[in-house]
Design a protein around this ligand. Structure first.
Ligand SMILES: NC(=O)c1ccc[n+]([C@@H]2O[C@H](COP(=O)([O-])OP(=O)(O)OC[C@H]3O[C@@H](n4cnc5c(N)ncnc54)[C@H](O)[C@@H]3O)[C@@H](O)[C@H]2O)c1
Length: 325
């Protein structure tokens, strides 16, 4: 089912997030009549929503995906709901108990609340973590999950997203709840937080260079990432809501491989640093390893939704860094 955003009502679980802040902005720009941000964060000066909270169409609910009764109540009258609430690999390593609860049981509560309230369509924030880590080359939607030689927290996180997608399929089969699962690659941009390992590397590198310390490259620097700008991700979610497509999963990625060596050179250029990077070996931190030439093929998202990324990595990194300084 396609959802009309103009005049529609939306709920974003985990909406005080990096992606949530850009999604709220996108929904308001398309004249949604109400956006419920359902998130347990204290809505204070430190959340990522900023002035968006002043818009009378934004309703802030200090909501917990684990409280089904509360969830059901706030999903009343909602046309489209988006589940962004999750713990990522770092969160999984720090607090696996809450991570399992939020990513799996919380997601089921999200689907159940949507079913009970006859929500027209839901979007699930899935992840390229469903393919595992340590892989290289082009990755398409039909590829299996690679478990071996990865941090257990990353495997657990990717597995929670696989389960999340399957719960969506189950609700479609059993109750005809329309859904799309969008598998984001590494998301970055304004309001960047410290909770995602890959984007954290950008912040760490920037801060090291500012302090006059050399950037650190693991191995020979050929490991590669596929970054997708958060504004492009929010646009994909809007297009997913507006599309008739259902019961499907697809990559939402930059579709371009960036070796960490190139990324570091890009950040150094922006900072104006000519310090040579230092090459280091594993030091025990939770890291999402990847092979050379990694990227997630995003042609399915174009075929199904008409979506493709628009932001260049250089411009996107500049935007991120501007909000750090
Ligand atoms: N950031 C990335 O690189 C990336 C990549 C792939 C997929 N994703 C997925 O996209 C989504 C959004 O990512 P993000 O980087 O914006 O996340 P984020 O870490 O900024 O936000 C997650 C939000 O979930 C909320 N949350 C935690 N526990 C909750 C609970 N019990 N009830 C309700 N809300 C709760 C948090 O308060 C937070 O605002 C997540 O599901 C993530 O797994 C992110």
């Amino acid at each position: 089912m396609a959802i009309k955003i103009h005049g529609g009502k939306f709920l974003i679980a985990g909406g005080a997030s990096l992606v949530g802040s850009h999604l709220v902005k996108g929904l308001l720009a398309k004249n949604a009549s109400e956006v419920v941000v359902y998130d347990p964060v204290l809505f204070d000066a430190n959340d990522s929503l900023g002035d968006l909270k002043k818009d009378p169409r934004v309703r802030l609910v200090s909501g917990d995906v684990m409280k089904l009764h509360q969830f059901i109540k706030h999903m009343d009258g909602i046309d489209g709901a988006i589940n962004l609430a999750a713990y990522m690999s770092l969160g999984f390593s720090q607090n696996p108990w809450d991570a399992i609860d939020v990513n799996i049981k919380g997601h089921m509560n999200f689907l159940e609340s949507a079913r009970i309230n006859k929500v027209g369509k839901v979007i699930f924030a899935s992840s390229s973590a469903v393919y595992g880590f340590g892989i290289g080359g082009p990755i398409t939607e039909d590829m299996p999950h690679k478990v071996s030689d990865n941090p257990p927290s990353a495997v657990a996180y990717g597995s929670s997203k696989i389960i999340g997608e399957q719960l969506c399929r189950m609700y479609k089969q059993n109750y005809n709840l329309d859904y799309l699962a969008l598998r984001f690659s590494t998301v970055y941009g304004e309001n960047q937080h410290h909770r995602a390992a890959n984007a954290l590397y950008i912040i760490d590198t920037y801060e090291r260079l500012l302090r006059g310390e050399p950037a650190q490259l693991f191995g020979d620097g050929s490991e590669s990432k596929d970054f997708v700008y958060v504004g492009d991700v929010a646009r994909a979610i809007l297009m997913g809501l507006e599309s008739d497509a259902t019961d499907d999963a697809m990559n939402i990625s930059g579709g371009r491989s960036t070796p960490t060596k190139e990324l570091v050179a890009m950040i150094a250029k922006i900072v104006g640093s000519d310090l040579e990077p230092e090459y280091i070996q594993e030091d025990g931190r939770v890291r999402l390893k990847s092979g050379a030439g990694l990227y997630y093929v995003n042609t399915k998202a174009f075929d199904v939704l008409g979506w493709k990324p628009e932001m260049s990595i250089e411009d996107g990194i500049r935007r991120l860094i501007k909000t750090l300084s």
